[in-house]
Design a protein around this ligand. Structure first.
Ligand code: ATP
Ligand code: ZN
Length: 287
């Protein structure tokens, strides 16, 4: 029987949609049927299990699932024997300590000495306290951590933050970040050769998708006398493509630009006399 790779993703919640989208962009069709415990892809030997994110590291350690998509915060909190092997660039957040807004926090974690800290991440918080030689009491609660100071259950909290609006609404301010997190791929430590080969195939596609997201295809018209200068600003995959335009003295230049230096290069191109600049998203990039 043909072996299948099994992947665990979050059943519902903040990582579900982006995880499904990633599979789709990799050309993997998962019919997300009514029975949402698992689903099979029609065109790739992969089976998807839908689980609570907290359970994913355990399932991957136990080889119930070969690989999984989960937040780094969960991976490091659960301390399971799994390998983190790729960052996925979504589900970005930070695990931060927050205290009531009117507290006088002098940018020094010593403030937490002897205090009560409410959190769903006792392992990571304890590690942070130990690293900073702080003695504090950790109160583990599983949800709505941000209300703990208001009801007198704790003096501070440690929770996931992205915009900070939840903290703000609860009269809290963020004072220390103890972990930056994003969604990652984890894998079981002992994959069979056949499954490892399937994983390589999946990774090849994931990298093509990620690369494409970081790059844009650019087309522009350049007066021939400025061609050399304009080309010098463009990296391209090998070198830019240059084609003559119907109008004499002009050329069309095609290239690929990285998102990071995009605006800076566009400015230089315009300054050098480029016209009719078009920027197009790239769907997949295979180098
Ligand atoms: P489950 O039902 O699967 O246990 P959950 O309620 O524990 O879900 P979510 O709130 O859906 O989890 O968050 C899942 C993951 O999304 C987090 O572990 C974290 O890695 C990431 N994340 C990104 N931004 C945020 C945020 N602002 N708040 C909380 N989690 C975030
Ligand atoms: Zn959870």
């Amino acid at each position: 029987m043909e072996q299948k790779l099994t992947i665990a993703i979050q059943k519902s919640g903040r990582l579900h949609d982006d995880s499904m989208k990633l599979l789709k962009e990799c050309g993997i069709d998962v019919s997300n049927g009514v029975n949402k415990l698992k689903a099979e892809a029609s065109n790739f030997p992969i089976e998807v299990y839908f689980l609570r994110d907290d359970d994913i590291p355990q399932y991957v350690e136990d080889a119930v699932a070969d690989i999984g998509i989960v937040g780094e915060n969960v991976v490091y909190e659960k301390k399971k024997a799994v390998e983190v092997f790729d960052k996925l660039g979504f589900g970005k957040c930070r695990l931060s300590i927050a205290v009531p807004r009117n507290e006088n926090y002098e940018s020094n974690p010593n403030y937490l000495q002897g205090k009560r800290i409410a959190t769903s991440y006792p392992v990571l918080v304890q590690q942070y306290l130990d690293d900073n030689l702080i003695n504090a009491e950790i109160h583990e609660i599983s949800g709505s951590v941000e209300i703990a100071p208001g009801i007198g259950l704790a003096d501070a909290i440690c929770d996931l933050v992205s915009s900070g609006s939840t903290l703000f609404m609860n009269g809290l301010k963020e004072v220390e970040t103890i972990l930056q997190s994003q969604a990652v791929l984890i894998k079981n430590n002992l994959l069979s050769n056949e499954k490892q080969a399937l994983l390589e195939k999946l990774l090849f596609r994931i990298h093509a998708v990620k690369k494409a997201k970081n790059n844009k295809y650019i087309l522009l018209n350049a007066p021939n006398e400025k061609l050399q200068e304009i080309i010098s600003y463009l990296p391209g995959m090998k070198s830019p493509t240059v084609l003559p335009l119907a109008e004499t003295g002009w050329s069309s230049v095609h290239s690929v630009l990285n998102e990071n230096d995009f605006w800076e290069i566009i400015e230089k191109l315009k300054h050098a006399g480029a016209q009719g600049i078009l920027v197009i998203p790239i769907e997949k990039m295979i180098i």
